[in-house]
Design a protein around this ligand. Structure first.
Ligand SMILES: Nc1ncnc2c1ncn2[C@@H]1O[C@H](COP(=O)(O)OP(=O)(O)OP(=O)(O)O)[C@@H](O)[C@H]1O
Ligand SMILES: [Mg+2]
Length: 287
């Protein structure tokens, strides 16, 4: 059965999508794992970084995105088809990476987010809407070794759909004061969900991203996060740290073909960091 991990933080811009994309690339491209990326974010950043805008628009127009899944919840219809919506062999590395698949999002999700919240308001943890993704992917899951879920920066009903199928969660943080403040809140909400939905979900770790080696604040924050990590309560900090590097931002471009992960993620630094991060991830999940 697939190892399912949500990449989550209530704070925006901390590197959730970047981490999801990089892990997916290295698990599929370096370790030959069968990987499904689920883009739960109406911003569609992960989608647009894995397939060209043209390919995504075709899917969007024919209702083959996660928008359809949630629209069905509102309309009481069953039009979403997971098999038909998943895009296979995605990425611009070597014409597409075998085993790297995507369940795309749609910016149309923005429009119906509030309505979906309303229909599930009475008892979120029993609402069928919270488990719509789980039901839709029931037959799909056994085909993958790893499922990585890129969550939006909130814990709304769409995110809860990802949490409800996840065994683990990863929290990317930028090591500054405002970004780390939100971590206890995420842990608290995950524990609450686990209790109320009776669903075990484990904090796999905190991944430091956009680290600036020249910043005293960044160094001090990482040190203190390591010192105060409490085994069993506070998830550990990954040994692999991702530094701020323009090549990481550029790796989100999917329009131009590249030949290797090294070329995509940036010759020396980022490539080695993401490769080490994927190794560490596999050690923790035992995959
Ligand atoms: N290590 C890095 N070095 C340089 N730029 C980075 C790095 N990580 C992320 N970025 C850039 O920072 C911005 C935010 O990153 P990203 O989109 O991954 O964050 P996010 O947490 O998914 O944001 P959101 O909450 O909006 O979904 C992006 O423009 C991305 O390219
Ligand atoms: Mg994002």
């Amino acid at each position: 059965m697939a190892v399912v991990t949500s990449i989550i933080n209530l704070k925006g811009g901390v590197g959730k999508t970047t981490l999801t994309l990089a892990l997916a690339h290295y698990l599929a491209g370096e370790h030959s794992k069968r990987v499904l990326v689920i883009d739960l974010d109406p911003q569609t950043n992960a989608t647009i970084a894995l397939v060209t805008e043209r390919r995504w628009r075709e899917r969007d127009q024919s209702g083959q995105t996660l928008y359809q899944l949630f629209k069905d919840q509102l309309d009481g219809t069953h039009n979403f088809n997971a098999h038909e919506s998943i895009l296979t062999r995605v990425s611009n590395v070597s014409g597409g990476i075998p085993g790297l698949d995507l369940l795309p999002s749609s910016i149309r999700l923005h429009r119906i987010q509030d309505k979906i919240t309303k229909i599930s308001d009475l008892d979120t943890f029993r609402s069928t809407t919270t488990y719509a993704l789980r039901e839709a992917l029931r037959d799909i899951m056994p085909h993958y070794d790893h499922v990585l879920i890129d969550c939006p920066p909130n814990l709304g009903i769409i995110t809860l759909n990802g949490i409800a199928i996840s065994r683990y969660f990863l929290i990317p943080v930028v090591p500054d004061i405002l970004s780390t403040l939100g971590v206890p809140l995420v842990l608290d909400r995950m524990a609450d969900f686990a209790l109320r939905a009776q669903h075990e979900i484990f904090g796999l770790g905190i991944v430091v991203s956009r680290f600036r080696p020249t910043s005293r604040l960044h160094k001090q924050t990482v040190d203190s996060m390591r010192r105060y990590a409490i085994p069993g309560i506070h998830p550990p900090i990954f040994n692999s740290i991702i530094t701020e590097d323009i090549e990481v931002a550029e790796a989100a471009d999917v329009e131009e073909q590249v030949m290797s992960l090294r070329q995509k993620f940036g010759g020396s630094g980022p490539h080695k960091q993401f490769s080490a991060l994927a190794d560490e991830y596999l050690r923790y999940v035992g995959g």
